[in-house]
Design a protein around this ligand. Structure first.
Ligand code: HEM
Length: 464
């Protein structure tokens, strides 16, 4: 598309426009009133995205209330331009802060930009290094087996809550190094309370800062958040004083020991905000991806049969392909956003200051020119075949790529086989679950319901 604005040279992909340049107009998009677009985006997100993509192509603007303009970008070239663009102009922290800062706090890696963001990222990243993850494998297996043991036989139940329980236990254990102790239970209870209130962020934010009494969602959220923050602050203070801090491998201890390029440690407030970030970013997303993986496998018996056969033989190629395909066809996070600070050109498209530039994960990962039969679940497409660059990015990209991507994949690579070796499952419904929005994530509408038809002896290959 030709630039709608004179003076924005094409070479400025992902870079800011110069001073004195008139603000560009937004790319085309649906003309419904903002409130109608918001309703469609909340209630029928995949239908709305598919429709916009068919009508407007790779770039379109969704206009939402409060002057929020989402410019969706769905081609690999445009996604690459955003992820490789100038992060002073395309601000992920600013985009996240509006919704997340009340929960994660002002020092969270999620809401920072510029050098402060890079500093926090560098301090956290070593805690999720591959070598460290191997030390957590036994804990993930143990937690998964304990959860499977609670499943009913012959009666339908929803897998997603069960996966949430596993990933919450795992993240609490990994982050704090605490297990089934009373402190661990209390932390899990506090996290669950905040999560439950946050499931309806629209109700939450509609009551934000209003004096509607102690039972209004915002007031309940603030109480629950403050209780969680206080428990975390106590945990941090105690941990600083333990004599074996240097020998511990949990994330909290590693954060306390981490030093930046100038040799500075993180303050207690910084550590607390990163803990909240990791606890929340790190469990619901993985749990929902696991629930989708089971929902898809149970409705595709050939793929399930091939995976089980591979696991029996000790292989893992099809397992990896299954995870990659699940994250492609059912991305839990549909898009990432960058607040455009100054008018910018992305590919051939001029985007004005104030808009959100949104690499659209859902649409890019369903492109017919990248994937044959793109809506179908076909793990084989990734057997011996890596995903296309910027056509598969369930974990976002550039300097903001998910810090827990390797950890999430590691956890899925343990939980999926553990379940498939321990029980035989059948789906509780004939059709795969529909996509429903829950806060900012895409989840199975029925929680991925299934039935355990048999328990298998724990002597299956790979079970120790
Ligand atoms: C399947 C599971 C997961 C998915 C689909 C997912 C997805 C994402 C996405 C899309 C982003 C935004 C990236 C961007 O803006 O470009 C993100 C950021 C982030 N994720 Fe994840 N995530 C998952 C699991 C995890 C886990 C397990 C952790 C921690 C243990 C984690 C921690 C984070 C953090 C800290 C960020 C912020 C990175 C930054 O702003 O620099 N995530 N994730």
């Amino acid at each position: 598309m030709a630039s709608p604005v004179a003076g924005l040279p094409d070479g400025l992909a992902g870079r800011q426009a110069g001073p004195g340049v008139p603000s560009p107009i937004l790319p085309n998009g649906p003309g419904y009133p903002r409130i109608v677009q918001a309703w469609l985006w909340l209630k029928k997100p995949t239908w709305f995205l598919d429709r916009c993509s068919r009508t407007y192509g790779d770039v379109f603007t969704m206009r939402l209330p409060l002057g929020i303009d989402l410019v969706h970008l769905a081609s690999p070239e445009l996604v690459k331009a955003v992820f490789g663009g100038d992060s002073d102009v395309l601000r992920a922290g600013e985009a996240n802060a509006a919704v997340l800062e009340p929960l994660v706090g002002p020092h969270s890696v999620l809401v920072l930009d510029g050098p402060e963001h890079l500093r926090q990222r560098k301090l956290i990243l070593p805690a999720f290094h591959g070598d460290r993850m191997r030390a957590w494998e036994a804990a993930v297996r143990e937690i998964t087996r304990a959860e499977i043991a609670r499943w009913p036989v012959g009666r339908p139940f929803a897998l997603r809550p069960s996966m949430q329980s596993i990933t919450l236990d795992v993240i609490v254990r990994v982050v704090f190094g605490v297990d089934g102790s009373a402190r661990g239970d209390e932390l899990r209870r506090l996290i669950r309370t905040v999560t439950a209130i946050g499931r309806n962020p629209f109700l939450l934010f509609a009551t934000r800062d209003r004096k509607l009494g102690p039972h209004a969602p915002w007031a309940r959220f603030i109480r629950a958040r403050d209780a969680l923050h206080a428990a975390l602050a106590a945990e941090i203070r105690q941990r600083r004083d333990v004599p074996d801090l240097g020998q511990r491998s949990d994330v909290l201890s590693l954060l306390l020991l981490a030093r930046d390029d100038e040799g500075r440690a993180m303050t207690d407030d910084e550590v607390r905000d990163e803990l909240v970030t990791l606890l929340f970013a790190g469990h619901e997303t993985t749990a929902t991806s696991l629930a989708w993986a089971f929902d898809l496998l149970l409705h595709h018996p050939r793929a399930l049969g091939r995976l089980v056969a591979e696991l029996d033989g000790g292989g893992s190629e099809y397992l990896d392909a299954t995870i990659t395909e699940t994250l492609r066809v059912r991305p839990v996070v549909a898009l990432v956003d960058r607040h455009v600070r100054q008018a910018v050109r992305i590919g051939g498209h001029a985007i004005p200051a104030g808009a959100m530039a949104c690499p659209n994960i859902y649409l890019a990962q369903r492109r017919a020119d990248l994937y044959q039969d793109p809506a179908a679940f076909r793990p084989d497409r990734f057997v011996g075949q890596p995903p296309p660059a910027f056509g598969w990015f369930p974990f976002g990209g550039g300097i903001r790529r998910c810090l827990g991507a390797s950890f999430a994949t590691f956890e899925m690579r343990i939980v999926l086989p553990e379940v498939l070796r321990a029980v035989t499952l059948r789906p509780a419904s004939r059709q795969p679950a529909r996509v429903r929005r829950e806060a900012v994530t895409f989840v199975p509408h029925d929680g991925a319901r299934c039935v355990v038809t048999a328990r298998i002896q724990p002597s299956a290959p790979g079970c120790s």
